[in-house]
Design a protein around this ligand. Structure first.
Ligand SMILES: NC(=O)c1ccc[n+]([C@@H]2O[C@H](COP(=O)([O-])OP(=O)(O)OC[C@H]3O[C@@H](n4cnc5c(N)ncnc54)[C@H](O)[C@@H]3O)[C@@H](O)[C@H]2O)c1
Ligand SMILES: O=P(O)(O)OC[C@H](O)CO
Length: 364
């Protein structure tokens, strides 16, 4: 009897190596060594930087198997190889995982255009969007347009440090047409402690992940003002209504059922309880808005990046362009407070009569 060997068809590169990027590489690497169809090696592109020791971050990751700056104390797996050269890191891959702060993606896509394999599938773990002269664009759309590849998304209640410690959590893959590719991503990410489900609603999943960061900032203001659980629950409820209204305004195809997946209510809850957006917004409110978000981010996150303040700004641009600010009082207040136009206490003075009455299309 001859033993038939399955061909290793898929080669993975993770584009990004921050807190979540490093955990994503670890998760994936724990699966590629077990699954026949994937090459064992997972390449991880590192935005190179010098550590206080004078060493390069990439060298230290490859020497210690740890991202000592963004995920200290966690072994990534020997099959994770850090690479500071973006073009080199992606050249052999046919599955690309994008996981950088969203503000860097336009530049990264521009550098990658024309330099990736034609048969590449992408997935974005990035919670954010872009607003250009043409209007709002989700990051998966930016990848599709600039690189000419299909791009799914993976979002969920996923505080990276908890998943790094292999505590049970769930995530949602959102896809548009290619169900087979979505199933391959589920296969690649799923572990006994990371339960992944796929839904055919790429915009809904991505907008949940993006907009919850704005609500996380509002929740942080409430904590900084030392208000209680009821207030935070109210902020989360109003925030969820605005998330639904905003998503369905941009994409009427977004499904109500998506909000009940991990990417929806569950991510909103974890972000408002334990996220970085919440933490920095709390410090901002405790300081009475006198220290800027940029200053607090640099001091408290040491290189990690917030997405919520930028997203509040992007949402504000979309709403003011369409003359709809009055229908989104919580989103508008977060933007006004974070830019110093209103004091943090304004977060509980919003007029909640205004948001559009959200009708869940299919759940009622
Ligand atoms: N950390 C989490 O718990 C978590 C969980 C789920 C999703 N996310 C999302 O994942 C995305 C990435 O977040 P993260 O936590 O991995 O990153 P991070 O905030 O921990 O780290 C910042 C990263 O940006 C890199 N960087 C700095 N300047 C850069 C530049 N000019 N160009 C390119 N890269 C640069 C840094 O090297 C670092 O890798 C974000 O959209 C975030 O919302 C994060
Ligand atoms: O720490 P935050 O606020 O960026 O949130 C992290 C994750 O998105 C939670 O799922």
């Amino acid at each position: 009897m001859f033993e038939t060997k399955r061909v290793k068809m898929y080669k993975i590169t993770v584009v990004g190596s921050g807190n979540w990027g490093s955990v994503a590489a670890k998760l994936i690497a724990s699966n590629t060594i077990k699954l026949d169809s994937f090459h064992d090696e997972v390449r991880m592109w590192v935005f190179e930087e010098k550590l206080p020791s004078g060493e390069k971050l990439t060298d230290v990751i490859n020497k210690t198997n740890e991202n000592v700056k963004y995920l200290p104390g966690i072994k990534l797996g020997k099959n994770v190889i850090a690479d500071p050269d973006l073009e080199n890191a992606v050249k052999d891959a046919n599955m690309l995982v994008f996981v950088t702060p969203h503000q860097f993606m336009d530049g990264i896509c521009k550098r990658l255009a024309g330099k990736i394999r034609a048969d590449t599938e992408g997935i974005s773990l990035i919670k954010g969007m872009e607003v250009t002269k043409e209007g709002p664009s989700m990051i998966s759309t930016l990848v599709k347009k600039q690189l000419g590849i299909n791009c799914s998304v993976l979002m969920g209640a996923n505080i990276a440090n908890e998943i790094a410690m292999e505590q049970f959590s769930e995530a949602t893959v959102g896809y548009s047409q290619n169900k087979l590719a979505a199933e391959r991503w589920v296969h690649l990410f799923n572990t006994p402690y990371f339960n992944v489900t796929a839904v055919q609603d790429v915009e809904g999943v991505e907008l949940c992940g993006t907009l919850k960061n704005v609500v996380g900032i509002a929740a942080g203001f409430v904590d900084g003002l030392e208000m209680g659980n009821n207030t935070k629950a109210a902020i989360m409820r109003i925030g969820l209504k605005e998330m639904i209204a905003f998503s369905q305004m941009l994409f009427p195809s977004v499904k109500d059922s998506t909000y009940f997946e991990s990417c929806g209510v569950a991510d909103l809850i974890t972000t408002c309880i334990g996220g970085r957006n919440r933490k920095i917004a709390e410090a901002f409110a405790r300081n009475g808005g006198k220290r800027s978000f940029d200053e607090l981010e640099a001091e408290m996150l040491q290189g990690q990046k917030l997405q919520g303040v930028l997203t509040a700004h992007e949402v504000h641009e979309v709403l003011s362009h369409r003359g709809l600010l009055h229908m989104f009082p919580l989103f508008s207040a977060v933007h006004a407070i974070s830019t110093g136009q209103l004091p943090p206490s304004a977060i509980v003075k919003i007029n909640n009569e205004k948001p559009r009455q959200v009708q869940l299309q299919s759940m009622l």
